[in-house]
Design a binder for this molecule. Structure first.
Ligand code: NAD
Length: 371
């Protein structure tokens, strides 16, 4: 198969769909890989590295879109790319169609086989192509939190670990899923005093077994959250109810009770945020301060560390991409049925039920009826 990879054109997006090592794997499997010049630069991969891995370079994205049977990307295609898409081309990337009617229309009109990272669901219910980004956001949340606790950013001026003779900073993590557990790991590693709060007691049991006496766990009730947050130096918001907006666990009234210069990192901002006072911020302007509490609410945190993010994402996508390239999309679905769940559009039909439900204007077609 001819596999193509183009430079991301979304604002501040520095990740890339294929690393040189990925190119090597496709080429070794007998495929041709076309790379747009400069596609990997934002993640620190040079054209020479891609060439050495066996890629053929193309000067423009248009050439890659024209020749490739499958395009491997990171972000959804933007308007400038709609006209470049080809009928029956496989587009393997994050699509997030439910919030994007123009893109949905474009994929359907063009007859693109849209295979979305975020809806690829394995038998055990896991979403393997979302996990790496949650791991990164979780780990980064403590790094950013530690930074904004510094005085010069409006923070209270405390070091997470303290030093002998001073108190450790108190970190409270709301939601102990992938983001929360990764935040916990880093906060514990940095020597902070960590409290994890979740509604799922089984999950708390697992993390209690893992971290033992180095953390405290609490059931998620308003009373427990209020008490913990009042004393906290750093609060991480990392709850998720799949498919719904995040519950507002971090109430506006808590701000006045909190320490001046405490920090709230709301990782759940991409689902509306779990703070009543949350509004989305950007890497260019990441924080705002309300009642003395520093809020960091960046919706695409992995973008801050594109090299790690690219490697983590492509570690997860490579096996599925290779399977599709080796067998063709239709056969790959038969041998690995999770890939069915990733197909959002096929031959002009909308094949993802959740996307169809979130609009009222498209007919849903079960992908299993199409091949
Ligand atoms: N900002 C970013 O860049 C970024 C990056 C990755 C993920 N995220 C977001 O982070 C959030 C968490 O993602 P995840 O992968 O950890 O999800 P997850 O499903 O692994 O974990 C969510 C946790 O929230 C818990 N929860 C649900 N309701 C709760 C409640 N009322 N009280 C306490 N806990 C509750 C669940 O039991 C679960 O353990 C999501 O909104 C995700 O989209 C944001």
């Amino acid at each position: 198969m001819i596999v193509g990879c183009v430079k991301e054109i979304k604002n501040n997006e520095f990740r890339v769909g294929l690393t040189p090592d990925n190119v090597k794997a496709y080429v070794q499997a007998g495929h041709t890989v076309l790379m747009e010049q400069g596609a990997g630069v934002g993640s620190g991969f040079t054209d020479d590295e891609y060439r050495a891995a066996g890629a053929e370079m193309r000067e423009t994205a248009a050439e890659v879109w024209k020749e490739a049977a499958m395009i491997v990307k990171v972000k959804e295609p933007l308007e400038a790319e709609y006209d470049l898409m080809q009928k029956d081309q496989i587009l393997f990337t994050y699509l997030h169609l439910a919030a994007d009617k123009p893109q949905t229309d474009a994929l359907l009109e063009k007859g693109v086989k849209g295979v979305a990272y975020e809806t690829l669901i394995e038998k055990d219910g896991s979403i393997p192509l979302l996990v790496p980004m949650s791991q990164i956001a979780g780990r980064l949340s403590i790094q950013e939190g530690a930074k904004y606790l510094e005085k010069r950013f409006g923070g209270e001026g405390v070091l997470l670990a303290g030093v002998p003779g001073t108190p450790k900073a108190k970190v409270v993590i709301l939601g102990a899923g992938t983001v929360g557990a990764n935040a916990c790991k880093i906060a514990v590693g940095m020597g902070a005093d960590v409290t994890l709060i979740d509604i799922n007691l089984k999950r708390l049991e697992q993390l209690d077994d893992l971290f033992g006496s180095r953390i405290q766990t609490l059931a998620s009730t308003d009373a427990n959250i209020e008490k913990a947050v009042k004393d906290a130096d750093l609060v991480i918001g990392s709850v998720l109810i799949p498919g719904k907006s995040a519950p507002k666990l971090f109430k506006a009234k808590y701000l006045k009770e909190m320490k001046n210069g405490a920090v709230f990192v709301d990782v759940a901002v991409d689902q509306g945020g779990c703070g009543e006072t949350t509004h989305a911020t950007t890497h260019d302007d990441p924080i705002f301060i309300l009642d003395g509490v520093v809020h960091y609410c960046v919706g695409n945190m992995p973008g801050a560390v594109p090299r790690t993010s690219t490697i983590a994402l492509t570690n997860a996508t490579l096996r599925y991409g290779l399977e599709i390239a080796n067998k063709g999309l239709e056969k790959a679905c038969q041998t690995h049925p999770a890939i069915y769940s990733a197909i959002n559009t096929y031959d002009g039909k909308l094949t993802c039920k959740n996307v169809a439900d979130s609009f009222d204007c498209y007919e849903y077609t079960d992908i299993h009826t199409l091949f």
